[in-house]
Design a protein around this ligand. Structure first.
Ligand code: FES
Ligand SMILES: [Fe+2]
Length: 367
């Protein structure tokens, strides 16, 4: 293996990886589905942008920019009527596509639209796509892509490091021995699933005893499987287990102010039918907690103080460099504005979305 070859791109300072002002266009979790009941509207701030989320009678979650396109009142002060949202201030009403459908003091509404964002629900969470049209399905674990599943929430946490730095921990081969005392070799094989998702699979067969193997010993005879699937460099799925029992733990992270991380763990397992299937799944989801704890327990003090800078990589660090290079090729948006961040010749330029302003100008000309 030639680290220097993979290292060529990394020799330049990353423009996306571990940058506090930038993130990749993609799906990000917003709120737990059960915290948004029919008829409720709530304020949320995601990746620095203020939004409102509401659930109409049709049970669909809808996300708008937070501030009313009339005069800027926060739409979370408003109320849900059917599948629409009415602003508290002058009572203008917007449908789920953001179109203004009622202005009480006018016979006809004017042509104005609240900015909406694509929304979907999975794993008990509402997710938002941070661009115009989703380019990918919601993050999934490759082996469960077409399966029905059960899921349960684990921890919600904040860490002092960037989500990308948190993510590479799971492919940091050396630290499994130094920090987690696994006494095992790791050798990762990467595969790009699509433009936004990459998998790493451990190809080494663990032979010696370790904490993790002792934990799942009652369930296994064959070598332990360990693989990762990363989406947008911030949602990572860990799969660990044996040929017949797999634990899946999703770390759904997002970048918050100051380059820190807000995250959730979600445990996922294939749906099983019948009373025994349901009980078995409960047990698996409960046991997943211990597997997840194992992954983050000893790392927390590293996340608190690390100033990530892979200045002296060795062969075992290659998966980390592959992860960084995978991120560097994706579409970057600016934290806060969600505008496109163009990185060219080492220069970063923010491209403002002009759509609304131009429409406004056109209307003034037509009047
Ligand atoms: S600010 Fe919302 S209706 Fe006027
Ligand atoms: Fe770790």
């Amino acid at each position: 293996m030639n680290v220097n070859a993979e290292n060529v791109n990394y020799a330049r300072k990353p423009k996306i990886f571990n940058q506090p002002e930038r993130f990749i266009e993609g799906w990000y979790w917003v709120i737990s589905s059960r915290k948004l009941r029919v008829g409720e509207v709530k304020p949320v701030t995601i990746l620095g942008r203020d939004l409102v989320i509401y659930r109409g009678e049709d049970r669909q979650a809808v996300i708008f920019d937070a501030y009313c396109p009339h005069m800027g009142a926060h739409l979370a002060e408003g109320k849900v009527e059917g599948n629409e949202l009415r602003c508290f201030f002058h009572n203008w009403k917007y449908d789920a596509q953001g179109f203004c459908v009622d202005i009480p003091c006018l016979d006809e509404p004017i042509n104005v639209r609240a900015k909406t964002w694509p929304t979907a629900e999975k794993y008990g969470l509402v997710w938002v796509w941070t661009g115009e049209t989703p380019q990918q399905p919601l993050p999934f674990i490759p082996e469960l892509e077409l399966e029905e599943y059960d899921s349960a929430f684990g921890l919600r946490f904040i860490t002092n490091c960037h989500p990308n730095v948190f993510m590479v921990n799971a492919i940091d081969a050396q630290h499994f021995n130094t920090v987690h005392k696994l006494l095992s070799e790791f050798n990762f094989e990467k595969q790009e699933l699509n433009e936004n998702a990459i998998t790493f699979t451990n190809t080494t067969q663990n032979s010696r005893d370790s904490f993790l193997m002792k934990l799942i010993r009652p369930f296994y005879k064959k070598p332990v499987i360990y693989s990762l699937c990363y989406w947008y460099g911030t949602t990572g799925m860990v799969t660990v287990g044996t040929d017949f029992l797999h634990f899946h733990i999703m770390f759904a992270l997002r970048l918050i102010a100051g380059g820190k991380t807000e995250g959730l763990t979600i445990f996922i397992t294939k749906k099983r039918q019948g009373i025994f299937g349901r009980l078995y799944n409960r047990l698996i989801l409960w046991l997943s907690k211990f597997v997840a704890q194992f992954f983050i327990k000893n790392d927390s003090k590293i996340f608190e103080t690390i100033q990530f800078n892979l200045k002296s990589p060795i062969d075992l660090d290659e998966p980390i460099i592959q992860f960084i290079n995978h991120l560097e090729g994706q579409k970057a948006l600016k934290w806060g504005s969600w505008n496109l961040d163009r990185v060219r010749d080492g220069e970063v330029r923010e491209i403002e979305k002009r759509e609304n302003r131009e429409k406004w100008r056109d209307e003034l000309v037509n009047d």
